[in-house]
Design a protein around this ligand. Structure first.
Ligand SMILES: CC(C)(COP(=O)(O)OP(=O)(O)OC[C@H]1O[C@@H](n2cnc3c(N)ncnc32)[C@H](O)[C@@H]1OP(=O)(O)O)[C@@H](O)C(=O)NCCC(=O)NCCS
Length: 379
């Protein structure tokens, strides 16, 4: 087919751009599955079990899970060099920090340039452990505290909350955060995963591919939406009566302002991840004795779904879930990365294993060819 005859679909909607065994997505029925396991089942597993699944294509037995937990625990401490770098950064944006320090991790990893499968697997484990520690430590420093050493006895979710807050989280908080990590771990060829695969397909190193993914996730049309949801809730105000919530949302819809946390490129029904996060937001609010954020979120959902037939996506209820867990808004999108790094690295491993350079074409719509070149003094 000639390039002239092929018109792209805006945003590559519904274009199949890769073959992959990792994630099954059915947007009509609202199905999300990793290696065939429905997300509604996987919320019963830990994030570490899901990492193993994404990297190996099957669930671990107890011994295999134990090995992975030990590898993650060994890779969690933040080095002095990374800590120094974190403290020197001029920006106080969590995603900018994460993008820069993910890149720096590569510089300090002696295996960074080894693109063999075993080395890339080890780097996937280290990246997953380190990103969580970096984000938690960053949150701790931003709040004026000192860094907390990881506790090898804690799982990934509990350890993150511990390193962020300096106290061991209760069972409900740990479970809620673990579920959030499981739900965010992979999502087929979303923008950041596509960016990572395109980078990996050049046979660049894994760190470079993940840096690209972090930068892509930052955008408000992608992972950045969870922080925007919370800013919207706060802008309306925790004590706003229902009619003020309605007025604020209707006003935005009338002005064609997008409501963060709603709509999806693939789902035409409820995002299955939102089902669990809605429940988490409610449970955590009840435990904290403050369901106002949850109630306001529900009200907004009723309005937006009722008026625009748009459903909440993963970002909508994760906002009130994280906020109720006492996590600062600046960490919401970095937390998305803390989970999604498992999927990004799984996709990169898959890409490296059966690689061909990803190099599509454009539909050229510029000036006709050939244009007459005029030397500088005649223009
Ligand atoms: C996710 C998203 C980027 C998908 O984009 P997309 O597939 O390109 O869909 P479009 O932006 O073309 O939206 C299609 C229509 O729905 C409307 N729409 C989509 N999401 C909307 C939202 N969150 N609020 C209000 N209207 C929305 C668009 O304005 C557009 O309306 P129009 O046809 O009258 O112009 C989009 O829904 C969005 O921007 N959502 C808010 C950000 C967000 O939550 N991102 C996280 C995604 S997991």
């Amino acid at each position: 087919m000639s390039v002239e005859a092929s018109k792209p679909k805006a945003g590559l909607e519904d274009v199949v751009a890769a073959s992959s065994s990792i994630c099954y997505l059915d947007g009509q029925r609202g199905v999300l599955a990793y290696y065939g396991y429905d997300i509604h089942e996987l919320v019963r597993a830990s994030f570490e079990e899901v990492c193993y699944l994404l990297w190996h294509g099957r669930l671990p037995n107890r011994a295999e899970l134990g090995d992975l937990q030990s590898q993650l625990a060994a890779a969690r401490p933040v080095s002095e060099a990374m800590l120094r770098l974190m403290k020197q950064l001029p920006s106080s944006d969590g995603m900018d920090m994460l993008r820069t320090l993910t890149s720096a991790l590569g510089q300090y990893d002696p295996e960074a340039g080894d693109n063999s499968q075993p080395a890339n697997y080890r780097k996937a484990v280290r990246l997953t452990a380190q990103m969580a520690s970096l984000v938690a430590t960053y949150g701790r420093l931003q709040a004026g505290g000192g860094p907390i050493q990881p506790d090898p006895a804690l799982g990934h979710a509990a350890n993150f909350l511990y390193m962020l807050k300096g106290e061991r989280p209760n069972a409900l908080a740990t479970r809620a955060f673990d579920v959030a990590l499981v739900l965010h771990a992979d999502h087929e060829l979303n923008a950041s995963t596509f960016a990572a695969r395109v980078a990996a397909a050049t046979l660049t190193d894994l760190y470079s591919a993940i840096v690209g993914a972090v930068g892509t996730l930052k955008g408000p049309l992608h992972g950045g939406a969870n922080a925007d949801v919370m800013r919207l809730l706060i802008e309306i105000g925790p004590d706003a009566p229902p009619d003020r919530v309605d007025e604020a949302i209707r006003g935005k819809l009338a002005r064609k302002v997008k409501i963060p946390g709603f709509g999806h490129r693939v789902y035409r029904t409820e995002d299955p991840r939102a089902t669990h996060l809605r429940k988490m937001s409610k449970e955590l609010g009840e435990r904290a004795g403050n369901t106002r954020w949850f109630e306001m979120s529900q009200r907004i959902e009723q309005l937006v779904t009722g008026e625009k037939k748009l459903y909440p996506n993963v970002d909508f209820y994760s906002a009130s879930t994280y906020y109720t867990l006492g996590i600062p808004i600046d960490l919401f999108t970095p937390i998305f990365a803390v989970s999604r790094v498992s999927g990004w690295t799984a996709h990169c491993l898959e890409q490296y294993a059966n690689n061909r350079l990803i190099r599509p074409r454009t539909d050229y719509i510029g000036p006709s060819y050939p244009q007459t070149f005029l030397p500088l003094d005649q223009r």
